[in-house]
Design a protein around this ligand. Structure first.
Ligand code: SF4
Length: 137
């Protein structure tokens, strides 16, 4: 986001004093505090956060975006939590609707990508109540 459009963004949007103050810090390349981050989490709209995040991203990387080549392994969807946005987790008592991969099954998934130009194995899944290694999503 160019400096001119940042100013027009601030002018065009009816931001509260606190949000405007935080935005001015970000657009003037100052770090925000933990309390300001919490305030954004509780009060800011997604588009507003995106505009600030994109500004910081372009400041750091210019007009370039980098991607990795990954594949996902989801060891389990059994989870102690019930996050509202989550569509796939199952509580332990719903175990019949879930899955739990063994280490061997996960290695079999990895082997399928042998020779492929992969840069990351992304392992993510439910927080299983009986698994001491604790997979986090
Ligand atoms: S799998 Fe992740 S997102 Fe879903 S309920 Fe568990 S912790 Fe939340």
């Amino acid at each position: 986001m160019q400096t001119k459009s940042i100013q027009s963004y601030l002018d065009d949007h009816a931001l509260s004093g606190e949000l405007k103050s935080i935005a001015n810090k970000v657009f003037n390349k100052q770090r925000i505090t933990v309390d300001e981050g919490v305030f954004l989490y509780e009060n800011a709209e997604l588009g507003f956060l995106g505009a600030m995040a994109n500004f910081v991203r372009e400041e750091k990387n210019g007009n370039k975006t980098f991607f990795n080549r990954n594949f996902h392994i989801e060891p389990t969807n059994i989870c102690v939590f019930t996050c509202k946005f989550c569509s796939y987790s199952r509580l332990l008592r719903q175990k019949e609707e879930g899955w739990e991969l063994s280490a061997s099954e996960m290695l079999d998934i990895v082997k399928k990508y042998d020779g492929q130009p992969v840069t990351e194995v992304h392992i993510v899944g439910g927080v299983h109540p009986k698994n001491e290694s604790r997979f986090f999503c």
